[in-house]
Every structure is written in C-alpha cells, then in structure tokens.
Design a protein around this ligand. Structure first.
Ligand code: BDR
Ligand code: CA
Length: 312
C-alpha cells in the first residue's frame, strides 16, 4: 500500500481526486495539506476536513500557506469552483480541526518519519512544497517522489496561453520545486485535458454511491457550467484525479525525462519551459495519457466510495 500526502486547494476536481484516493485500497492517505488557490486557505482547510469526514477517513489535515512566496496573491478561482469551493453545494461545517503543525513542517517531519516511503501528490499551487524545501532540505532524500498536477510540456495554459493555474499562482515556488533534487513527476494541463468525464458519468456515480458520488455530482454541476460556457460542451477535465492515477496506474501515461524551468516574470509568467541544461534535475513529464482509462478507473473507484466508507 502506497503512503501519500495530498497537497491541495479543494476545489471541485481536488474533491474528485481526494475521494478517489480515499476509495482506493492501494493508497494510504496519511494527510491532506492545504493551500490557497481555487479558494482561500481557510476554505481550503475547511473543505479538506469536510472531505475526510464525509468519507469517514482518518487522515491528518494540516494548513499551509496563505499567499504565494513572493508575488502578491491573486483572487481565488471562484468562477471555476464557486465561492466556497464546491460549486453550488452549500458550505459544510466540519467537526474536526487542522493540526497545529503547519503544512511545510508536517510534510518534512512525516517524510522523515517514513524515509523513502511517502509520495507527495501536489494538486494546487506549490508554495507549501517550496516552504518544505526551505524548512528541511533533507526532504529531497526522505520523500519517495513528488507528483505535481500543473504546468504543461507543450506551450499551453488555462490562465494565459502558456500558464496553467497551479504554476501561475506561485511561479517562484514551482521553480524551487523543479530545481530541487527530489524525484518529480509533472502531469501537465496538456495531458489532463485529455481525460474528461460527462454529466452521465457523475449521474452514474450519484446512483452507485449516493453519499460521496452524489456529493461529487452536485458539486461538479458548477464545473460543468464553467466548461460549457467556455467550450459549448458539457463535460469536465479530470486534472487532479489524473495526478493521483499517475501514482497508482502509471501505465496510463507516457513519460519523458527533461529539465524544466519556470518563467517567473514577464508575458510568459507561469510557463513551464523544457530546457537543455544538464546542471538541472530531470523531471519525469507526462506526455500522453489514456483518457478513457483515467475516466474508467475514476468511475470504478468512486462508485465504490460509499462501501469503502461504510467499511471504515
Ligand atoms: C488546476 O487548477 C485548479 O483549478 C484545479 O484544481 C487544478 O489543480 C488545473 O489548472
Ligand atoms: Ca487543485
């Protein structure tokens, strides 16, 4: 069973990824570390607690950074995820609270307690990971791997033509993450956009797992609206679930190794740029995905989420 910590800004597709991970018997989700991005840091932490409680999943929630490393913060992406993070689903008050240890410390100390065993799956802006590198540089050896949803191998973006939201929200932090000597996998936007689900898929989940699938179906309607307004098609991208599946089902992806630099200023701010630079570490970059396999595995796991919850 693979131990993971999910660094997240929940967020509708974050909620999909987290519930899918909770339902996957191949994973042990030790913790959720939270980050600003789709929502404010307070809402991210509240939402992480809500997701864990909804699934009766015993996991730690540790709160992370409030703002980016250097740049002034951007407003949350309420037009994509709704003001509270789960679309039009009314905010839910959790029973529990986050631990007092902040995310950067929690990441370092937990990886040090289980050297070589933990994969950090980062599906939000990378500020906490950069802060962890500052807090204890030994994390590069203690962590098993880091899997990032963000950026793009080919020039592509959802904030600008070349910038993906997670990298764009804190390019300076992303640059630290890609420059550090830990094993990093990047699952970029050019790949995650190839994995999509439809309203019918979520209706199926609502039927098969009324509590958790039903919640995801309700939250995702807002995400479908956003996508439909932009493209005319009512479907949604499986960004964050794809990053989790890159851990459990790497065969769904084709990877190439390359050095990556993040553009931290100017017109192309937030772009992840492949560079020929042997002094920089190699990143394992997803180049292709079997989108149907991602969709099918997501549905298979989440359809079982209520049963998995009831067994806990
Ligand atoms: C990424 O940005 C966020 O809106 C999503 O949750 C995902 O992590 C996609 O660009
Ligand atoms: Ca996210």
């Amino acid at each position: 069973i693979q131990k993971i910590i999910i660094d997240t800004d929940p967020g509708i597709d974050d909620a999909m990824a987290i519930h899918m991970a909770f339902a996957d018997p191949r994973l042990d989700v030790l913790g959720l570390t939270t980050i600003f991005g789709n929502v404010t840091i307070d809402n991210a932490t509240r939402n992480a607690l809500v997701l864990a409680e909804m699934a009766h999943y015993e996991t730690v929630v540790s709160q992370g950074a409030l703002v980016p490393r250097r740049r002034p913060p951007e407003p949350p992406a309420d037009f994509v995820h709704g003001g509270e993070g789960f679309g039009n689903v009314a905010p839910i008050t959790p029973q529990g609270t986050a631990i007092s240890q902040p995310a950067a410390r929690y990441l370092c100390e937990t990886c040090a307690a289980h050297p070589g065993e933990i994969i950090i799956c980062a599906v939000g802006p990378l500020t906490n990971l950069a802060a962890a590198l500052d807090h204890d540089p030994a994390i590069v050896d203690n962590v098993k791997a880091v899997v990032v949803m963000g950026g793009s191998a080919a020039p592509h973006g959802n904030v600008s033509n070349v910038a993906e939201a997670n990298i764009w929200n804190d390019p300076d932090a992303a640059e630290c993450v890609f420059a550090a000597s830990w094993p990093v996998t990047m699952v970029g936007l050019d790949v995650t956009e190839k994995a999509q689900c439809t309203p019918a898929d979520f209706a199926t989940l609502a039927e098969q797992a009324p509590a958790i699938g039903g919640f995801l179906d309700a939250a995702t309607q807002f995400y479908f609206d956003f996508h439909e307004n932009k493209t005319g098609t009512r479907s949604c991208f499986m960004h964050d679930p794809s990053a989790v599946l890159a851990i459990t089902d790497p065969d769904y992806f084709d990877f190439e190794r390359m050095a990556l630099k993040v553009i931290c200023g100017g017109d192309e701010i937030g772009r992840t740029l492949p560079v020929e630079d042997t002094s920089r570490p190699q990143v394992q970059v997803a180049m292709q995905v079997n989108g149907a396999a991602v969709r099918d595995k997501f549905i298979e796991l989440v359809a079982n989420a209520d049963k998995a919850r009831d067994s806990r």
